[in-house]
Design a protein around this ligand. Structure first.
Ligand code: FMN
Length: 187
């Protein structure tokens, strides 16, 4: 069974809605188990993310997706705590050759969300992972994906918690793309 994990932080649930849309895209393909992990404040003890069981699960996954709201042009502190804890598995490159991708949200139409994705792709590279972009052009008439024009991953923009349908469609598209590529890699 192919296993795909999504690790994300969300405070007001917009990032969670994006994560759920990604899951719906993954589920368009058969034979995949999805592990959805929402980073919780209780997992961060004196500033350090602690959840060895989660890292045990992630080791057995074929793909790991990262999600965080954009805070001050980067990932949230809660997501960064998880990323920093993953350093324990960096030396042995435990995540090498796993597929990875990312998603983020912000209130700005151009609120530096792409910086967040750049950080996530660097994190994936530090672990030797294979970063998957969204493979969707933008600014094309009738293109119902990638309305904000970032190809590195899913960028969404939301005000008052309401997520744009094109952002959800883009997330679903990325989920299916990751699922297909992960299955192909496992052939
Ligand atoms: C501390 C903080 C910093 C933020 N910085 C940014 C930012 O740099 N760019 C942006 O577009 N939105 C920024 N926002 C807005 C959040 O990214 C936005 O509300 C997001 O939808 C929250 O995601 P969530 O619902 O998953 O928690 C910031 C919000 C907070 C609380």
């Amino acid at each position: 069974m192919t296993r795909i994990a999504i690790v994300y932080f969300t405070e007001s649930n917009v990032t969670e809605k994006i994560a759920e849309a990604i899951v719906s895209g993954i589920k368009q393909e058969d034979g995949i188990t999805v592990i959805l992990h929402r980073i919780a404040g209780q997992e961060i003890i004196e500033g350090r993310f602690e959840n060895p069981e989660l890292f045990q699960q992630l080791k057995s996954c074929d793909a790991i997706l990262f999600g965080s709201p954009t805070y001050m042009g980067s990932v949230s502190a809660q997501f960064k705590a998880f990323a920093d804890a993953s350093s324990e598995y960096w030396q042995e490159q435990e995540w090498a050759d796993k597929i990875s991708a990312g998603f983020t949200t912000g209130t700005g139409l151009n609120g530096d969300q792409s910086s967040t994705l750049q950080y996530m792709s660097t994190l994936a590279s530090q672990h030797g992972m294979l970063w998957v972009n969204i493979a969707s052009s933008y600014g094309v008439e009738n293109n119902k994906l990638n309305r904000l024009g970032c190809q590195l991953g899913v960028v969404s923009q939301a005000t008052k918690g309401s997520v744009h349908e094109v952002d959800l469609a883009t997330a679903k598209h990325l989920g299916r793309r990751v699922a297909k590529l992960t299955l192909r890699l496992n052939e």
